[in-house]
Ligand binder design. Structure first.
Ligand SMILES: [Zn+2]
Ligand SMILES: [Zn+2]
Length: 324
């Protein structure tokens, strides 16, 4: 099969011919129809996440067609593969219903090969059926940007006025869900990023502007999607007493120090790690009812490096998707 392979951090992906993967028991072999590109892929590529399997096929938002294997899905079924690829089922976290924190979890496109390829294998117990109403390319970003964004939104509690800082793949989905729930959305972007601010307003954001300055209104919660630690004290400054700042990314630059007074008043800072299968089932049932419409930029698999560069520059409107 053709694949884009990471040989070592901080080197471009290499176009390669690999042997076709073989499904083990409980695994499915999928023909990849689309694979979303996630900010986490950049963190793996850049060496911010330190222990990837190498060489590695990136990609953890896979929409595939079942070729063979497993017993859960039929041949030809459309199957989604998320970041959470396997959990032990027996550690204290798995037993407590927070398998996203499993001590021995394995992640797709990190510990096991992912979807920047023509074929992929995945443990069927961690896959999801893809809602019928979505085309392959539109469905792919639901699988991480959507799922983890939704988990982050849950941690924002019943916030009515919610800030989304870093308006990329995840925020553009969360924005639609939040509006459908009757919340008001404030979109924070890099200073002067008129295009993204316009995009956020077109999706219904009440305000879009420089995240470091913050919106004119006091917020109940902010979800920080951008990997810039300086946004955390900025977000804290924008939330009311008792409000939350939820950090949704897997990696962030260091958070600058700030006076305790900024946290005082029972403000909360928390991170969101990975996803549970329950998050996936809940969100994929919800998405078609909103309905969430994903804005995607589709590129051929061979252009993976260029697409990752565009994502790094903040040059993607909505979500980027690769198609083999
Ligand atoms: Zn992701
Ligand atoms: Zn576990």
């Amino acid at each position: 099969m053709r694949a884009q392979v990471l040989d070592a951090p901080r080197t471009p992906l290499r176009a390669a011919e690999l042997p076709d993967p073989v499904a083990a028991p409980r695994q499915v072999l999928l023909r990849v129809r689309a694979c979303g590109v996630c900010r986490t892929d950049l963190h793996v590529l850049d060496g911010d996440l330190r222990h990837p399997k190498l060489p590695l096929v990136l990609g953890h938002q896979i929409v595939g067609e079942l070729v063979s294997g497993g017993e859960r899905f039929g041949t030809g079924a459309r199957v989604g593969v998320p970041w959470l690829g396997w959990t032990c089922g027996e550690c204290r976290f798995c037993l407590a219903g927070v398998e996203n924190l499993c001590d021995r979890a394995r992640f797709t496109g990190y510990d096991v090969d992912g979807g920047y390829a023509e074929l992929a294998v995945a443990d069927e117990r961690f896959c999801f059926p893809i809602p019928e109403t979505y085309a392959d390319e539109q469905a792919a970003p639901l699988l991480c940007a959507g799922l983890i964004g939704y988990r982050s939104l849950r941690f924002a509690g019943d916030a009515e006025r919610i800030g989304l800082y870093g308006f990329g793949a995840s925020a553009h989905i969360v924005c639609q869900v939040a509006l459908a729930q009757g919340r008001t959305v404030y979109a924070g972007t890099r200073a002067g990023d008129d295009e993204t601010q316009e995009f956020a307003r077109s999706l219904g954001a009440a305000w879009a502007g420089d995240a470091m300055d913050g919106p004119p209104a006091e917020l109940d919660a902010v979800i920080v999607f951008a990997p810039d630690g300086a946004l955390v004290p900025a977000a804290l400054g924008a939330v009311r007493k008792g409000g939350s700042v939820v950090c949704a990314g897997i990696h962030m630059s260091d958070i600058p120090s700030f006076p305790y007074e900024a946290l005082w008043g029972e403000r909360v800072i928390r991170s969101v790690a990975n996803l549970t299968r329950a998050d996936g089932e809940e969100f994929l049932a919800l998405a078609p009812t909103v309905p969430v419409r994903t804005e995607v930029e589709v590129s051929p698999l061979a252009e993976a490096n260029e697409v990752l560069d565009r994502l790094r520059r903040g040059d993607v409107r909505g979500a980027a998707v690769l198609v083999p």
